[in-house]
Design a protein around this ligand. Sequence first.
Ligand code: PLP
Length: 452
Amino acid sequence: QAARRNSTAEWQAQDLAHHLHPFTDQHALPGHGVRVIARAEGTYLFDSDGRRLLDAFAGLWCVNLGYGRKELAKVAYDQMIELPYYNTFFKTTTPPAAELSKILADITPKGLDRVFYGLSGSDANDTIARMARHYWNLMGKKTKKTIIGRHNGYHGSTMAAASMGGMTYMHAIADLPLPGFVHIQQPYWYGEGGDLSPAEFGRKAAKALEDKILELGPENCAAFVGEPIQGAGGVIIPPETYWPEIQRICKQYDLLVIADEVICGFGRTGYWFASEHFKIEPDFMTLAKGLTSGYLPLSAVMVGKRVADVIAGDKGGEFNHGYTYSGHPVSCAVAIENIRLLREEGLVTRVHNETGPYLAKRLQELKDHPLVGEVRTLGFIGAIELVKDKAKRQFFKPVGEVGTICRDHCFANGLVMRATRDTMLLSPPLLWTAAHVDEFMELTRKALDLTL
Ligand code: PLP
């Protein structure tokens, strides 16, 4: 242990020489070196030099239960001894995969009663892209192929998931989107709403879906995909008028609705699923991250009755798709225990009734800061948007530079936040109490003052 603690420089050198990092400018690494996060407890991270950091980001929107939960480690250990692996192909299952399927059917919104497992949010969205096409093919509507997403939406990094997403910088590196994936305006009122009220803008952003469907022809449109709240895009919480209108349009033109709850699920918004809050009635729901609190990789595609009855019905045939690790027994066992603990400790209810509202109230105080244009939260997902001139709602140029500076000040002061453009994002473990929120506020204000 002592030797390991002393080798930060060695790890940095090994990493720099051999490790290609996700979403990283590799060439820029040598100047700064990489941070080595060595251990964690509760909501605190410790780097390899023993420095303590308050994690306001739950790892990467995923460690909902917090770090160091021995119950999860024990369940994983026991399951590895009992049955470390078996596949779920060829008419077999395992006890954890079967049991988790029943639990997920019970806790997700009504009608989502079937589940298909993967290992990441990205592969789950790829599964949905294939399943949606398979469904329409079986229905004899073979031209219904196009999936409509939003600019600045994020659905993962595989070819289909990145095509569903609307991140142009991701498309640029590999000539995406693939054919059959298009994008409409995002419901980002603060940045794109102009003079419209949030309610008016919500309707306008939803109308973009109808316009796109009419442009393409409803007979060519398979599905609409959206995160209830865009996470990686900057915690964009749509106006209340948005989702009901999206739902109505999808019904009118017969499109499947895909709610990507990879970030929003498992209590993040103070609801088990954000679809409950926004009254979305999805045909598919994508789950990952908080499903295991990030302790092991696992994703789940929840499939609604309409689709399940067809693909698992008498004319469904073989669904030729799957992963070696679909329904991995150790990941499923950890997910079962994770959900049990979230329930037993009442963390989702606490975020909804107490800690979420307290965080929202305290964040509002930041609006007096000269840099802060808008704050937005729902439960334990939030954003602090930094602007050059708040009266004129004028953004910094180049976009992202100030957010990056603020993020570095956060880090230097013992706080981990993420910056997207010039928006500071937070997504803490659900275990935060009022005292954690107070600590967060103090560190954040300090970082904002230093950024001025
Ligand atoms: N969907 C959403 C909404 C996400 O935020 C993410 C990841 O952040 C993904 C999908 C992709 O998940 P993964 O990184 O596990 O592939």
